[in-house]
Ligand binder design. Structure first.
Ligand SMILES: NC(=O)c1ccc[n+]([C@@H]2O[C@H](COP(=O)([O-])OP(=O)(O)OC[C@H]3O[C@@H](n4cnc5c(N)ncnc54)[C@H](OP(=O)(O)O)[C@@H]3O)[C@@H](O)[C@H]2O)c1
Length: 293
C-alpha cells in the first residue's frame, strides 16, 4: 500500500492531518466490550494504518474498556511525532458492557487520567467531551460544567486541545466561550444528514468536523443508488460513501473503523476517487430523500 501523496490535509491540534484517519473502536471485542478475538491482528492493523499514512487515530478509554488504548500503546508507542491521537471522556462501562454517562467534573478528570495511563503519555493531544444527549444524536442543554472541567485539565497541561462530541451548534458556541474548540465529532454520513448546517458552520470557523459512523456504524449503509454509483465509477460502495464525505466539506476528517486489513486498504484508497458532479447529485439525494420522508 502506498503512502498518501495527493490527499489533502486539514489542521487538527495545530498539525496537518491526512483527511483519512482511523477509528479504533472496532478493535475491541463484540459490542466494543472485552478483548479482540485476535490481539496480534489488532496490533498489526494499527501498525499497518500508520505505515500507510494514517496520522489521526480516534479512540477512547471506554472502548473495551481500556483495551483499545492498551492496544494502541502496544502497537505504536513511542508514538510518531506527526500522529494525533484523539480520545474522548464522558462515559463508563458497566460489568454487562452497558454505557453509563460519566459527565460530572470528577468523572471527566478520572477519564482523562485513565486515558493518560493506558495510552502511556504525559499529555493527551485532543480530548473530546462526549455529551450523552439522545445517545447518538445531540439534545440541547448546557455543557458548561463539562467543558470547564476539561479546560481546567488543559490549564494543568494534561490535555493539549479540546473537542466536543454529540453536540448542537448552540453547545459549540457555549463551549467556545470557555475554551478553544478544535473539533466536533457527531454522527453524520450519506444517510444521516441532520448536521448539514453544522458542518458548513464549522467549515466557516476552520474547526474540524469528524463524523462518527461515517459508514453507518454497526450496520454499514446499504443503498441501491450507492451501489449503482460505485459500479459506475469502479469503486466499492464504502469507498464512495467515504469519498462523498471528503467532497462534502474541506473540514471533514474521516475516522472509518475496521478490524480488517482489506477494509483498511479500501478505506484509505477512498481519497483517490473523484466523484463526478452527476454522481454526487445522485448521492446527495439519498440523504435528502430521507430528510423528506
Ligand atoms: N463520538 C462517538 O460517540 C462515537 C460513536 C461511535 C464511533 N465513534 C468513533 O467513530 C469511529 C467510526 O465509527 P464506527 O467504527 O462505529 O463505524 P463506521 O466507520 O461507520 O463503520 C464500521 C463498520 O463498517 C465496516 N467496514 C469498515 N470498512 C469497510 C469496508 N471498506 N467495506 C465494508 N465494511 C466496512 C466495519 O466492519 P469490519 O471490521 O468488518 O471492516 C464495521 O462494521 C469509531 O471507530 C470510533 O472511533 C465515535
Amino acid at each position: 500500500m502506498s503512502k498518501f501523496t495527493s490527499v489533502s490535509t486539514f489542521p487538527l491540534a495545530g498539525r496537518p492531518v491526512h483527511r483519512v484517519g482511523y477509528g479504533a473502536m472496532q478493535l475491541a471485542g463484540p459490542g466494543v466490550f472485552g478483548p479482540p478475538k485476535d490481539r496480534d491482528a489488532a496490533i498489526a492493523l494499527l501498525r499497518q494504518a500508520v505505515a500507510s499514512g494514517v496520522n489521526h487515530i480516534d479512540t477512547s478509554d471506554f472502548y473495551g474498556p481500556h483495551i483499545t488504548n492498551q492496544l494502541i500503546r502496544e502497537a505504536l508507542h513511542p508514538y510518531p511525532h506527526d500522529l494525533v491521537i484523539v480520545t474522548k471522556v464522558g462515559a463508563l462501562r458497566g460489568e454487562d458492557g452497558s454505557w453509563i454517562p460519566a459527565l460530572e467534573p470528577q468523572a471527566i478528570k478520572r477519564g482523562v487520567y485513565d486515558n493518560l495511563r493506558n495510552l502511556g503519555v504525559d499529555a493527551l493531544d485532543v480530548v473530546n467531551v462526549r455529551i450523552f444527549g439522545n445517545v447518538h444524536t445531540p439534545a440541547e442543554g448546557s455543557i458548561e460544567k463539562q467543558v470547564a472541567a476539561l479546560a481546567e485539565l488543559k490549564h494543568q497541561g494534561l490535555v493539549r486541545h479540546i473537542g466536543l462530541s454529540n453536540v448542537t451548534s448552540t453547545q459549540v458556541a457555549e463551549a467556545q466561550g470557555i475554551v478553544e474548540i478544535v473539533c466536533v465529532q457527531n454522527q453524520y454520513n450519506l444517510v444521516q444528514r441532520e448536521d448539514d448546517a453544522l458542518v458548513d458552520e464549522l467549515a466557516g470557523k476552520g474547526i474540524a468536523y469528524v463524523p462518527f459512523f461515517p459508514l453507518g456504524g454497526f450496520t454499514p449503509i446499504q443503498s441501491s443508488l450507492l451501489s449503482k454509483v460505485a459500479q459506475t465509477i469502479g469503486a466499492t460502495p464504502m469507498q464512495v460513501a467515504l469519498a462523498w464525505l471528503l467532497h462534502r466539506a474541506p473540514n471533514i476528517l474521516l475516522i472509518p473503523g475496521t478490524s480488517s486489513l482489506e477494509h483498511l486498504r479500501e478505506n484509505m484508497q477512498a481519497a483517490q476517487w473523484s466523484l463526478p458532479e452527476a454522481e454526487r447529485a445522485q448521492l446527495d439525494a439519498i440523504g435528502q430523500a430521507k430528510g423528506e420522508s
